[in-house]
Design a binder for this molecule. Sequence first.
Ligand code: AMP
Length: 308
Amino acid sequence: MSLLTVGSVAFDAIETPFGKTDKIIGGAGTYIAIAASFFEKNQNIVAVVGDDFPQSMLDLLSSRNVNLDGLQIKQGEKSFFWSGRYHNDMNSRDTLVTELNVLEHFDPIIPDSYQGVEYLMLGNLTPQVQSTVIDRLNERPKLVAMDTMNFWMDIAMDDLKATLKKIDLLIINDEEARQLSGENSLAKASKVIREMGPKYLIIKKGEHGALLFHGNEVFCAPGLPLEEVFDPTGAGDTFAGGFMGYLSSTGDISFENMKRAVIAGSALASFCVEKFGTEKLVQINNEDLDRRIQEFVALADFQMTYQL
Ligand code: AMP
């Protein structure tokens, strides 16, 4: 099968209670593509960087079977830059800097070679750009998934609502689900959001796992209790990449298979937080991932016996 990812490929600077980085490689598209590459060997990316972006990182993506025909390099311009500082609980963070740079006038051009792609993952970008990508695909993919954030709810709610009508799956966190729906209960929020368009909804709950909703079905994936969470940046994108990579590589969008995809995404996200940026993700191999997936399986496995 084939997966198209659209998302930021960027520089980040991160501060956590454990340390601080200078400019390192980040971006939602970067995390999604690296995570998906563990499963999907036929990936495409649509993104934009400046001429300051290191070739070595582009080579790394290529070596992971990510086709870069749709990655625009703008000469004389700077890549997107984001900086954030985490609070002591490592769940909440403040954005310190957002320099849009090349993202400000991003026109997502889809190379002809990408047409016919079966799975689409729209990383966190303006809802307008996300919508344009859907419109520019000649054939509708088998599954269109997207991420978004509070920022777009604050400044572009109408565009966001219009884009939600065009997608199949929304992947957001609990705080975003509450803001989007105006409901505190996640069960109620899941109904309100699915009435806005997407048939499927994933609500990520940070260290507490993730919920998958479709029709009357709900699946709850556990969060792996990790001794050390070093840097949560990109965990949500890594989850989305692992989820979509798994789905697209198996070519099966049944609810049962989506449950497995949630575990695949959760396992990859659990690695992401163990080091700064993409550092851990690019270190691990298939055996490490296999072991981690089995830990998730064991975590949620129990047999119930009782007498009433
Ligand atoms: P997450 O921790 O999953 O929310 O994702 C963090 C990544 O999203 C970072 O690597 C940033 O470069 C990227 N990012 C942050 N804000 C934006 C934005 N407004 N548009 C696109 N990407 C962003």
